[in-house]
Design a protein around this ligand. Structure first.
Ligand code: SF4
Length: 458
């Protein structure tokens, strides 16, 4: 199916629906999608299927999300402005827009009519990849994609039309750039503020999927992308420091430097709630006034809830990124709800989940992990990051909770004597009657009036 639940970027991107395109004729040599699935084609029948849903109703999860107002991301595995996708892009927009379906984009630009079709849908989010300002490099490594100058004009027009534009420095290879600073000064002048950056990487499998001719042609790129430590790591960091100094919010690995990376997605574009790690870190920071905050799984589930109640087997696909680790541990990856999927993702100390990030740590109480009433470990969250993946309980804040935390049968963990007394006064059911911390925290800095207190792929 071309229209599907977008499970691969759960907690990274707020997009929950994705429409996959045909093999992408932009032909980037390093394209993970072309290398992984060179024979993929989109299914035009999916458009008829969606039309039928609107006509007759459906219980499909995709339809539930569409009805809630979630946009369809086009596309994480092919460019809607590539020649190979222009026709399907036109059809899907023309067929579904009149029904109120909205789209968000990941593109390098390309076919002018499709660029204009995107511009005409303002406002939505358009992620435009900029990879080089050197035309020779572009022709060599991205032969079917538009030149840098065309992408820049596309971005200018997107901004003039009122779109949220995210720049994808993806991949960012410093030596491919003549003057990256000048490019970002120009972008800043057009009011662009969001940058998603990622280093070049090619897996052994992807390299072996290249033809012999392609391997010979891109041998320097393969050599560069195969190194464990990038040879130009210092140049990469220095360029990003300069871009950050220009005021851009830089996003990589799930958390942005200013936090609130997706605020515009929810506030101005009006898309329904969908959790991201970036927003979680920001909300915890707000809730605890800049201090590390301890939360439990129930709080996270309440905060992250996207409102789908019907059990569905697809939730196990949200675990794909680390499912093998779960199975290697002898466990079943079955998950039928968001909460069940979240319970696996929560276990970042056992499996390489989204929470395996410097912003998250386990909470130590003596030598054990502090846990909730069900024995599920707490998680500490800090925008400044933790030096270790465990942090002492006295170094974190607990909010709104009398804090009866069972710690492997030890004394309940209470952060202050006053809270301990509250807990005792309320009895054992008291803590569970508390509302989740994060559900009470305004999601948006601007609305909360605390903006000064905490600065805020394809
Ligand atoms: S534009 Fe994106 S999808 Fe198309 S070939 Fe390049 S990396 Fe792949």
């Amino acid at each position: 199916m071309s229209l599907r639940i977008y499970t691969g970027e759960y907690l990274i991107s707020p997009a929950l629906l994705h429409f996959g395109g045909n093999w992408c004729t932009h032909g980037c040599a390093y394209c993970f999608a072309n290398l992984n699935k060179p024979d993929r084609v989109s299914e035009p029948n999916d458009i008829a299927r969606v039309l039928k849903w609107f006509d007759t109703g459906s219980t499909a999860m995709e339809f539930e999300l569409l009805k809630m107002g979630h946009p369809i991301l086009m596309s994480n595995d092919s460019d809607p402005c590539a020649k190979s996708n222009a026709a399907i892009h036109r059809c899907i927009v023309e067929a579904l827009s009149p029904l109120g379906v909205r789209f968000a984009y990941q593109t390098r630009g390309g076919v002018p009519e499709e660029e204009q079709r995107i511009i005409d849908q303002a406002p939505t989010m358009v992620y435009v990849s900029l990879t080089t300002d050197d035309e020779m490099v572009r022709q060599r490594h991205e032969p079917g994609a538009p030149p840098h100058a065309q992408r820049m004009q596309f971005i200018r027009r997107l901004r003039e039309a009122g779109h949220m534009v995210v720049i994808g420095l993806n991949p960012f290879v410093p030596k491919w750039w003549g003057d990256v600073d000048a490019c970002f000064e120009q972008l800043a002048g057009w009011g662009v503020t969001h940058v998603w950056h990622q280093a070049m990487h090619l897996s052994r499998w992807q390299i072996s999927a290249m033809s012999e001719k392609a391997r010979a042609k891109h041998s320097d790129l393969i050599d560069y992308a195969s190194k464990k430590v990038a040879p130009d790591a210092k140049d990469y960091a220095a360029a990003l420091d300069r871009i950050e100094a220009m005021g851009f919010n830089l996003f990589s690995g799930g958390v942005s430097n200013k936090l609130g990376f997706w605020d515009e997605w929810f506030d101005r574009l009006g898309y329904p709630w969908s959790p991201t790690v970036d927003a979680l870190v920001r909300d915890c920071d707000l809730a605890a006034g800049g201090q590390p905050l301890a939360i439990d799984l129930a709080e996270f589930n309440a905060w992250a809830d996207i409102g789908l109640k019907r059990p569905r087997a697809i939730w196990k696909e949200f675990l794909n990124g680390f499912g093998r680790s779960v199975r290697n541990a002898g466990e079943d990856t079955r998950a039928h709800s968001q909460a069940e999927a979240n319970a696996f993702i929560w276990r970042f100390d056992e499996f390489p989940t989204r929470f395996r990030h410097a912003c998250f740590a386990r909470v130590l109480y003596d030598d054990a992990h502090a846990a909730d009433l069900d024995g599920v470990p707490l998680m500490a969250v800090s925008k400044d990051g933790f030096a270790e993946w465990e942090v002492g309980h006295s170094d974190v804040t607990f909010l709104n909770h009398p804090l009866e935390r069972k710690c492997d049968g030890r004394e309940p963990l209470c952060s202050t004597e006053e809270q301990r007394q509250v807990q005792h006064a309320q009895g054992p059911d008291g803590p569970q009657a508390q509302r989740p911390v994060l559900a009470e925290v305004p999601r948006h800095l601007a609305e909360s009036g605390a903006a000064e207190a905490a600065p805020p792929q394809a």
